[in-house]
Design a protein around this ligand. Structure first.
Ligand code: M6R
Length: 612
């Protein structure tokens, strides 16, 4: 939610900030803006709409400056508009600030400031915080840095803020709590951003700022401090990412590029871990903590959205293979109820971004109660990766399309390996079954590749059904969460109402929706439930529903029952979700693009949900 960029150095700031905002647009795209500082003169430009609209509006404008900050917004307080766009300027016009997060007690602070005669030009919590800082500075006759520190001790909520001030013409002051901030270290220059993508083309040396830290950033100097004004030593890490990974590489959209990357991202995820010859899975996060995992009273999986669906697949697999009770929780529910968490519980946190606010808070709560946190995270060095006691990265590379695709299959692959690893140590799986499953897992990249070669078949199906107003997705067993995922993907990318259901549960309500206009997508691969799901298909057919099915190659029974069928290679039912989800990702992509939707930036969504 919201992307922020900053630059201070010898180069022109605007092109760097603008390019960075384009890279961060996946975090929010309802308005954007920049503030530039030149000769103690602040210039602020902002515009409703995508970053390209801001760029267009600034053609011919004087944007000369060597220091600047920029913001791309996902609205929380106040509608998307020019006036609510960031940066905001303080009452005196001396300070400009951008913010990613939510100041929860902003209303009370605003009341006080209104009494003092302040007025506001926007509806945002950010403008309130900024004037609060300026008010503290005026009353205490202190520096902006000092005022910021005092203000941050009095606000609740989450923030990553960058500010520049007229009287400090080469300095960006930044602070973070709950929303990410990375600082890139160049030669005589520094780059600041919500993630590393705006930085990677200039430097690979970065510092991840921690919660409750302030950064005072000049071209030649980076000082980190805590809120107690004590210096903190910056920990410099090297980015393991290249530029190609964050560019479209000839594809029309990031989403389709990321779908087609899956043979290699799944391969990368398995590489160095799965060894079929040796019959082993090596994962240091599991191996180094095996006692903790083997002795778990239960496993709780905490996640949101697509990551939560990966958690549901993992529940079925871990209970089957490891015989450990598993509960899967929405992070947003877990954090506000009074859950029972004890020492000896293992929490698996699943997150692509590693920055989802609800998941972070839920994990902190579980950690306080003594739970052991195992993170399954894609974004290296992210908050959730750092909160976790141990974990395994999904190695899917940067995922830019708002709809999660390759990160999901990375999560499934990691969770399958974790389950197999625990089961082997716990001796709850036979050697034969274990060997068979790791062989099948090894074959997934080439089977995904085979599915993608037939993407045009899905494209034709998408064209045929794109005008439907509703879709139903049905699956059973390991494929039930894939039905949920198929429905979520279609909703977010095509704006078509879709529901995912366990196929048998459909009789308890959703069957009332079925008529000759309703497309019903069955995930009906050959598994222990196959006969049962064939009966469910008969029930839909009897009511004239339009059946689209994902079937195993050679399954003529399901094919005959379907108006359209897409065949995937055979595999073990435990591994099947890694294959069955691919045609559903393609279906949502092709329906979305056929409807002319900007699938990488669908309305109202943001890639990284850093607000609750
Ligand atoms: O970064 P996370 O995996 O924690 O994000 C969780 C959800 O916000 C995310 O999966 C969301 O549902 C996606 N838009 C799904 O495509």
């Amino acid at each position: 939610m919201c992307g922020i960029v900053g630059y201070t150095g010898q180069r022109q700031a605007y092109p760097i900030v603008l390019k960075g905002l384009k890279r961060l647009e996946y975090r929010g795209y309802d308005s954007s803006g920049v503030a530039l500082l030149k000769d103690k003169h602040l210039k602020v430009f902002k515009k409703k709409g995508k970053v390209a609209e801001l760029e267009e509006s600034l053609i011919g404008t004087d944007i000369d400056a060597n220091i600047g900050i920029g913001h791309t917004r996902w609205a929380t307080h106040g509608e998307p508009s020019d006036r609510n766009a960031h940066p905001h300027t303080s009452k005196s016009g001396r300070i400009a600030m951008i913010h990613n997060g939510i100041i929860e007690n902003y209303a009370l602070i605003k009341q006080d400031l209104l009494k003092k005669g302040y007025s506001f030009t926007s509806d945002t919590d950010t403008e309130v915080l900024l004037n609060f800082i300026e008010d503290i500075q005026t009353n205490n006759d202190c520096t902006v840095e000092e005022a910021l520190r005092i203000a941050l001790k009095r606000v609740t909520g989450a923030y990553c803020i960058l500010l520049i001030e007229q009287d400090n013409p080469d300095t960006i002051i930044a602070a973070r709590k709950g929303s990410p901030l990375v600082i890139g270290i160049g030669k005589g220059e520094h780059f600041l951003a919500s993630d590393a993508s705006p930085i990677i083309e200039y430097t690979k040396e970065v510092v991840y700022v921690n919660d409750y830290e302030l950064a005072i950033v000049k071209p030649d100097e980076l000082v980190l401090k805590n809120l107690g004004n004590e210096k903190v030593t910056p920990f410099v890490t090297k980015l393991d990412m290249d530029l190609a990974a964050i560019e479209k590489g000839g594809y029309d959209h990031f989403m389709i590029k990321e779908i087609f990357e899956q043979p290699s991202t799944i391969f990368d995820c398995l590489r160095g871990r799965l060894d079929v010859k040796e019959g082993s899975i090596k994962m240091s996060g599991v191996d180094d903590n095996i006692e903790q995992l083997l002795n778990a009273n239960r496993i709780m999986i905490i996640a949101c959205g697509t990551s939560w669906h990966a958690g549901l697949v993992a529940e079925y697999i871990i209970e089957e293979l490891c015989r450990i009770p598993v509960e899967v929780e929405y992070a947003s529910e877990f954090r506000y109820r009074n859950p029972i968490v004890n020492k000896g519980d293992v929490i698996i946190a699943i997150s692509q971004s590693g920055e989802t606010a609800d998941t972070i808070v839920a994990l902190e709560k579980a950690k306080e109660n003594g739970a052991f946190i195992f993170g399954v995270v894609n974004a290296v060095g992210s908050s959730i990766a750092r909160i976790s006691n141990a974990g395994a990265y999904t190695h899917a590379g940067p995922e830019i399309g708002v709809a999660s695709t390759k990160a999901f299959t990375g999560q499934l692959a990691v969770l399958m390996m974790v389950a197999l690893n625990i089961a082997k140590h716990k001796k709850t799986i036979s050697q034969e079954k274990y060997d068979g499953l790791i062989k099948e897992l090894q074959l997934v990249p080439e089977k995904v590749d085979a599915i993608l070669k037939n993407a045009d078949e899905i494209k034709a199906i998408a064209e045929k059904y794109k005008d439907a107003s509703d879709f139903l997705f049905l699956g059973r067993g390991y494929n039930f969460p894939i039905a949920l995922e198929g429905a979520l993907k279609l909703k977010e990318i095509s704006y078509i109402h879709a529901e995912g259901y366990p196929a048998a549960e459909m009789k308890h309500g959703p069957i009332a929706l079925v008529d000759e206009t309703l497309p019903v997508v069955f995930i009906a691969t050959n598994d222990a439930y196959h006969e049962k799901i064939v009966s469910n298909m008969q029930e839909i057919k009897a009511r004239k529903g339009r059946i689209i099915s994902i079937i195993t190659e050679g399954d003529s029974i399901s094919k005959e029952l379907s108006e359209d069928a897409f065949a995937i290679p055979a595999t073990d039912e435990i591994i099947a979700p890694l294959l069955t989800v691919i045609p559903l990702q393609l279906l949502s992509y092709y329906v979305g693009t056929a409807k002319g939707i900007d699938v990488d930036k669908p309305r109202n969504l943001a890639k990284s949900v850093t607000v609750e």
